[in-house]
Ligand binder design. Structure first.
Ligand SMILES: NC(=O)c1ccc[n+]([C@@H]2O[C@H](COP(=O)([O-])OP(=O)(O)OC[C@H]3O[C@@H](n4cnc5c(N)ncnc54)[C@H](O)[C@@H]3O)[C@@H](O)[C@H]2O)c1
Ligand SMILES: [Zn+2]
Length: 363
């Protein structure tokens, strides 16, 4: 059984030299087999770059799945486990996940369960995966329309973050990842928040500069609480409502809401809850709302869906005894975990978001 602080520390290499480090690691490694998992986009955009830097992977077997959240399912797992069996993959094999959060979550889950766990490495290729999904040791899939409802805590052997990969991402995807960087600043680092406010998203060099500070925040938090007993819950800021929005969009069969877009909406709602519970000053709530609405298109939520959203939140695996708990902000740069919030207040937060979104349309 795992106890607090028993997960091994993650080995993370960030920067343009990261793939060179991976190359050295692979050359001196002695895995019985190496398998690469990617989707059609990362196979086309990122695999050639990877092979250029890590020639030892040239003849590696490749498993390709179809991209998208809709494939982060048990069906994909079954297919992949079957393929691993067919290829006679043994326990001394290595799985390399080359992709965004979907590939890292799914690949990590497959590796951590196949034959009771084989080694895996993450090479995140989206901003979201680089600053968040590929680090921290959470793996998983969506199940019964609930996001990440099946999964494991399992650390990759290492994570290699090559910032150049994000250059082929779409603006929409990039913004989705940016929401996690915004979240990291809001829960833990006011200086990073000031930098983010000045950052021009069209200049990828600027994003690459703030990426290490954002990763550092996540690393510090998970180091102190790897199994999410306490401080790690800070990382859930924006996610209680964000995940409910994502789950609702899975239910509707609409996949147009990206993880980070839902989190951006969650950040506004949960900042409102922070203000209403007497923590966040009103002027900081305004600052956060204005900044998020300057970047993200509002998500339209009809008030008929409020009760369903709240029901989904009640079902969230992080809740206890039927109460809904949130991570909120005391102030920008200082988050607080485990705040119990009344359901009518959550409805008010959703209403606040909707009325702010309506104003955006006319501004
Ligand atoms: N495990 C965690 O701690 C954690 C944290 C945050 C998010 N997540 C999960 O991450 C997932 C979202 O991750 P995501 O936003 O990276 O989505 P994603 O993996 O679906 O990638 C988004 C799209 O970009 C494509 N893509 C990936 N890299 C590319 C590149 N370099 N150039 C061009 N296209 C590229 C993908 O093929 C896909 O179509 C969600 O499932 C979420 O639950 C997990
Ligand atoms: Zn997230």
């Amino acid at each position: 059984m795992l106890h607090e602080n028993t997960l091994p520390s993650p080995h993370i290499v960030i920067g343009n030299h990261s793939l060179g480090s991976l190359s050295e690691f692979i050359e001196f490694s002695s895995f019985s087999k190496i398998i690469l998992l990617c989707d059609e986009h990362t196979c086309e955009q990122c695999l050639p770059v990877l092979l250029h830097h890590v020639p030892a992977l040239e003849n590696t077997e490749i498993l390709e799945i179809e991209s998208g959240e809709e494939n982060k399912t048990i069906h994909s797992c079954i297919n992949l486990w079957e393929m691993l069996c067919k290829k006679e993959t043994d326990r001394h094999s290595l799985l390399i996940n080359l992709g965004g959060g979907v590939i890292c979550d799914l690949g990590g889950f497959i590796a951590s369960t196949y034959k009771r766990g084989i080694s895996f490495i993450n090479i995140p290729t989206t901003l979201l995966a680089q600053c968040d999904a590929a680090i921290g040791g959470k793996t998983g899939i969506d199940f019964a329309n609930l996001k990440n409802s099946i999964g494991t805590f399992s650390q990759p052997l290492a994570t290699y973050i090559f910032p150049g990969f994000i250059r082929t991402q779409s603006k929409k995807q990039l913004l989705s990842g940016y929401a996690e960087i915004i979240k990291h600043a809001l829960i833990a680092d006011k200086n990073l928040w000031e930098k983010i406010k000045k950052c021009t998203l069209s200049d990828l060099n600027e994003i690459e500069k703030i990426l290490p500070a954002s990763i550092q925040i996540k690393l510090q938090i998970i180091h102190s609480d790897p199994l999410e007993k306490n401080e790690r819950k800070l990382l859930n800021f924006g996610h209680t409502i964000g995940h409910a929005i994502e789950s609702l969009s899975l239910e509707w069969g609409l996949l147009s809401v990206l993880h980070g877009e839902a989190v951006a909406m969650g950040i506004i709602c949960e900042s409102f809850l922070s203000y209403k519970s007497g923590r966040l000053p009103h002027q900081e709530l305004d600052e956060i709302c204005n900044f998020i609405f300057s970047l993200y298109k509002p998500i339209e939520i009809n008030d008929n869906y409020y009760s369903r959203l709240i029901e989904i939140m009640r079902n969230d695996k992080k809740n206890r005894n039927g109460y809904i708990y949130f991570t909120l902000l005391n102030t920008i740069g200082d988050g607080i975990v485990d705040v119990q919030v009344a359901e009518e207040m959550i409805a008010q937060a959703l209403h606040f978001y909707s009325s702010k979104s309506a104003l955006q349309k006319f501004s």
